[in-house]
Design a protein around this ligand. Structure first.
Ligand code: RB5
Length: 146
């Protein structure tokens, strides 16, 4: 299993902390950038991560910007990507159990490293519950006619 990480400048430090945890947990880690603290545009990295995720079951993504909001917006434009902005253990667990989220978004200016590590641990270890959630998740991809 592989985790692809991306961040802008506002998420760079937290991303580095999170990558260490993923490695410790035995995940193969890829970092698409940004590779330093210089100002960068978050959609570039959201698209780079999301394009490696859609439809691939053994790959997950982690995106960190200042709030996580822009990353989630951009990543969710990709077919097959279910990006969830999580703020605590509960939202992280539900994102996996109910939504089968395959990309985790975090705010480096919002969530401290302790909580962020707890969130990532849950995101990587919690299974999708399936059952009644399968058809609901399937409906996410269906285009709205209204
Ligand atoms: C960068 O200043 C900030 O706008 C960005 O990191 C992110 O929070 C956008 O959603």
């Amino acid at each position: 299993m592989r985790v692809v990480f991306g961040s802008d400048h506002a998420g760079y430090e937290l991303k580095r902390v999170l990558m260490e945890l993923a490695k410790e947990r035995g995940w193969e880690v890829e970092d698409v950038g940004v590779h330093g603290g210089a100002t960068a545009d978050y959609p570039d990295f959201a698209h780079a991560v999301a394009s490696r995720i859609g439809g691939v079951s053994d790959v997950r993504g982690v995106l960190v910007c200042g709030t996580g909001i822009g990353m989630a917006m951009a990543a969710n434009r990709h077919t097959g990507v279910r990006a969830a902005l999580c703020h605590d253990a509960f939202t992280a667990e539900m994102a996996r159990r109910h939504n089968d989220a395959n990309v985790l978004c975090l705010g480096g200016r919002v969530t401290g490293p302790g909580v962020a590590l707890q969130i990532l641990d849950l995101f990587l270890s919690t299974p999708f519950e399936g059952g009644r959630h399968y058809p609901r998740v399937a409906k996410i991809e269906r285009e709205s006619s209204s």
